[in-house]
Design a protein around this ligand. Structure first.
Ligand code: NAG
Ligand code: NAG
Length: 417
């Protein structure tokens, strides 16, 4: 009985929905919408002329050599640390004169350390980062001037500069002491978490732009899937008793909706994964071990309304991208009502979200393309850095003044790298 009621509701809804889309498309050739006001404008800001960045030149063992050893680092979800380096080297915001720099950037590829299965693990990152900071602070005068307060670092691993893949361990470690004054550019975003430093810039995970491009299907293809998700519901290997992984939210999705015909959900990743997202109205983006996953980027790129299930998440470029307007936020505790929540969103609200998602500037901001393009994620990082200028005078230390503790942290981290 229950199921048939949902099938019926679903069919009615989709019918109403598809006809609305068609009507809309007839009326206008470009069904996109731009957010007016500050958010949209910020997204289209041009950082050139608003900041100057000095790129430290480090021995290649901190970056290029590591990559040569394992070129797989170019494609994993933390690859932004590599592409950001390449981008900055040829960016018009780069200055070769450190005296005129607003920001200093240290190119260290701390997440390019992969297991045979391709899983990046940050065990060497703290030593490597310390070593790089020791080097820049002894060879140039700029680090000691502020102890890093006008320096930024890419730390895209799961828990950013806490450098551990397990949350409890990451919390125990905290942010690497030497990075406590620096600006961190990281994927990790969760409010009130020891691994998220105030003033950090939250970026999207890296998703290969060319690969997504090759899976685009005609824009007019109807969105006949109501809710779509592919991925784990349980992580039995790492969470045998259940409840820790995704704080139980993914398990709740499966247990409540595995037999619901409106929900196309499964652990199996089909080869048509990207195409399917373009045929779906809603794409679930629940937390996993971390609050975010590449699904968030994929949903935006493929125009599928992201349903964000991750309490207290800080989304990428949240000061520029109007997440509340393009996505749907569902509290983890409300997962059992997901069907009612989604079916009660009025079609005109859905259509507006879809038009906003269709705006190219929204998609551009989620990507790290090569070569870079105006408004892409590289530019959003620069915009974020530019908005922090000028630096407060209090960041400059008196000559000889020290704030950071160079010997703090686990003893293992103090070993040379
Ligand atoms: C910066 O300070 C450290 C000691 O904290 C010192 O070893 C180093 O030489 C200083 N760097 C410069 C360039 O003076
Ligand atoms: C620096 O940290 C170490 C290790 O936690 C501690 O023993 C030392 O007292 C700290 N130094 C200062 C100046 O706070």
């Amino acid at each position: 009985m229950e199921i048939w009621r949902w099938v019926f509701v679903g069919i009615l809804f989709l019918a109403a929905f598809v006809s609305k889309i068609e009507a809309f498309k007839l009326g206008r050739s470009q069904p996109t919408e731009r957010i007016s006001g500050s958010a949209g404008d910020v997204l289209e800001d041009d950082p050139v002329g608003r900041l100057k960045v000095f790129v430290y030149e480090l021995p290649s063992k901190y970056n290029k050599k590591i990559l040569q050893k394992d070129p797989r680092c170019l494609n994993h979800m933390f690859a932004a640390e590599i592409y950001m380096h390449r981008f900055l080297l040829s960016s018009p915001v780069r200055t070769l004169n450190p005296e005129e720099a607003d920001w200093f950037y240290t190119p260290v590829y701390t997440t390019c350390d992969l297991t045979p299965n391709g899983l990046p693990l940050p065990f060497k990152s703290p030593r490597m980062m310390r070593s790089a900071i020791q080097l820049i602070s002894s060879n140039w005068p700029y680090w000691n001037r502020t102890e890093g307060a006008d320096h930024f670092f890419l730390v895209p691993h799961d828990f950013g500069a806490c450098f551990h893949y397990q949350e409890e361990k990451a919390i125990e470690r905290g942010i690497l002491p030497l990075l406590q004054r620096a600006t961190l550019v990281q994927t990790f975003g969760q409010r009130n978490h020891v691994c998220l430093k105030e003033g950090s810039i939250t970026i999207p995970p890296y998703a290969p732009p060319q690969k997504m491009q090759t899976h685009l299907i005609p824009e007019k293809t109807p969105r006949s899937i109501f809710v779509y998700f592919r991925g784990l519901f349980y992580d039995v290997g790492n969470d045998p008793e259940g409840g820790y992984y995704a704080r139980g939210a993914r398990a709740a999705v499966w247990e409540n909706f595995k037999d619901n015909p409106l929900f196309d959900i499964s652990t199996e990743h089909p080869t048509t994964y990207y195409e399917d997202m373009q045929r779906a109205v809603f794409c679930l983006c629940p937390l996993g071990w971390a609050p975010w996953s590449p699904r968030l980027v994929e949903a935006v790129i493929f125009g599928c309304i992201p349903v964000i299930i991750a309490d207290d998440i800080v989304l990428p470029f949240a000061d520029a991208i109007p997440w509340e307007e393009i996505g749907v936020f569902v509290d983890e505790k409300d997962v059992p009502n997901l069907d009612t929540i989604l079916t009660s969103i009025p079609p005109e609200v859905i259509l507006r979200k879809q038009r906003l998602l269709a705006n190219p500037s929204m998609k551009q901001a989620m990507l790290f393309p090569h070569p870079a393009q105006p408004g892409d994620a590289f530019h959003q990082v620069l915009n974020g850095l530019a908005r922090k200028l000028p630096h407060d005078k209090s960041v400059y230390l008196n000559p000889g003044e020290k704030v950071l503790n160079w010997t703090a942290g686990p003893v293992g981290d103090l070993k040379p790298w």
